[in-house]
Design a protein around this ligand. Structure first.
Ligand code: GLU
Ligand code: ZN
Length: 296
């Protein structure tokens, strides 16, 4: 077996101002890459153009620069890569793994409540006229996908029971995140995906797609969620989650603390270059907590 050189990535969606949760994912993926003497790639996940906030990508890059991140290779924007997603989709279609789905939003909402969000398979065997507006779904096999997450441990999901046939190309013509992300990770030869635990339950779908397309399967490390004082998912409006690019040390110190790294207090006043030196030397991914952390 050949050991591939480590290639990590940070793949934010430009949907608003970066906050502490964004920074934590950036820091952890960056340190994993640096610790392994690997590459750290930056990809702007703007495949869902409807959710894109104008200027959010540029401000994200500015903030990352202020915080002293250095990325390898040119930044990639998903919105300019639809040709790659189309190729992957055509392979799935040629292998007869997909079907067009003409279900209306209303019909899906009705049946989804009965089946706790699982697609009922309405169009699975139907051959609807293709001139109708339709989504394209992947027909999932009755298999259980298991993988070992570096933080969350063993994770498994039955595709038919927990997930169902899922959309790879949306009714509005946009490619689904699930497809775009695995095409990009494969095309960029990513060896480990480091990201927030909110995507843990998407991972089996992504692994399934990788297998359908014959791609290599990267390793996974999902970071515990960070919650606000009320136990809710961190939102951009939570004041203490805001990043102050004028004082990068404070936010980097907080991010490292949430990642279980115990940075010394005086590091909060240090320059990013010194913080990174300490962080790369001391980074230990086995110290990442397994449970959500609460923002103070
Ligand atoms: N673009 C996704 C987000 O910002 C992350 C996707 C990923 O890391 O796979 O939530
Ligand atoms: Zn349907």
């Amino acid at each position: 077996m050949t050991i591939l050189p480590y290639r990590g990535r940070f793949a934010p969606s430009p949907t608003g101002n970066p906050h502490l949760g964004t920074l934590i994912a950036a820091v952890a993926s960056y340190l994993q890459a640096r610790k392994h003497n690997g590459a750290w790639l930056l990809r702007i996940e703007d495949v869902d153009t409807g959710r894109r906030v104008p200027g959010a990508d540029a401000s994200l890059l500015r903030v990352l620069e202020k915080f002293g991140f250095e990325w390898d290779q040119a930044v990639v924007w998903q919105s300019s890569r639809t040709g790659l997603y189309q190729q992957a989709l055509e392979q799935l279609i040629a292998d007869e793994r997909t079907f067009p789905c003409t279900c209306s939003r209303k019909l899906l909402a009705q049946t989804a409540t009965e089946l706790s969000g699982i697609y009922p398979g309405t169009c699975r065997t139907r051959k609807p006229p293709l001139q109708h507006e339709h989504a394209i779904r992947l027909r999932v096999a009755d298999v259980t996908i298991r993988f070992e997450d570096a933080v969350a441990g063993e994770y498994s999901q039955s595709l038919t029971r927990d997930c169902g046939d899922f959309v790879v190309k949306r009714r509005d013509g946009l490619f689904a995140y699930q497809l775009a992300v695995i095409v990009d990770d494969a095309q960029q030869s990513v060896t480990e995906v480091v990201r927030g635990a909110d995507l843990l339950d998407s991972t089996p779908r992504q692994i399934y797609l990788q297998r359908c397309l014959g791609y290599a399967e990267p390793d996974y490390l999902h970071l515990p969620l960070i919650l606000d004082r009320h136990g809710r998912k961190l939102s951009k409006s939570e004041g203490s989650a805001e990043l102050d690019p004028a004082k990068p040390g404070i936010s980097l110190h907080t991010a490292l603390s949430h990642l279980g790294q115990h940075p010394p207090a005086e590091l909060a006043q240090a320059r990013p270059a010194d913080i990174w030196q300490w962080a790369v030397e001391n980074w230990d991914s086995s110290k990442i907590p397994k449970t959500p952390s609460i923002l103070k």
